[in-house]
Ligand binder design. Sequence first.
Ligand code: FES
Length: 108
Amino acid sequence: MPKPEIHVFVCSQQRPAGHPRGSCGEKGAMNVLQVFSEKLIQKNLMNKVSLVATGCLGPCRAGTNVLVYPGGTWYMAIEPSDIDGIIDQHLIGGGVYEDKLMPEQVWQ
Ligand code: FES
């Protein structure tokens, strides 16, 4: 397996319904993960990008959250319809996917 150039962390934390923090899992994280995986295969990026299902990344209310390294770029409220944008504009294009960039206020 070649060393990945990019790591994409998708928060897949699931908490029980009614939990005060909520979770990315209840906002469709597993579907985001599945579609992300399918798109990376379609676009022949599996040797370049490592897709990682991770536990809670912190800002649960903003989920589904996605974190991309190198660079530590945070995306929030990700839905399957955003994944082409992240792949094409960030992972391939080297820029950022402006539509769902996480603002600093999420951390305050
Ligand atoms: S549950 Fe996803 S950031 Fe906390």
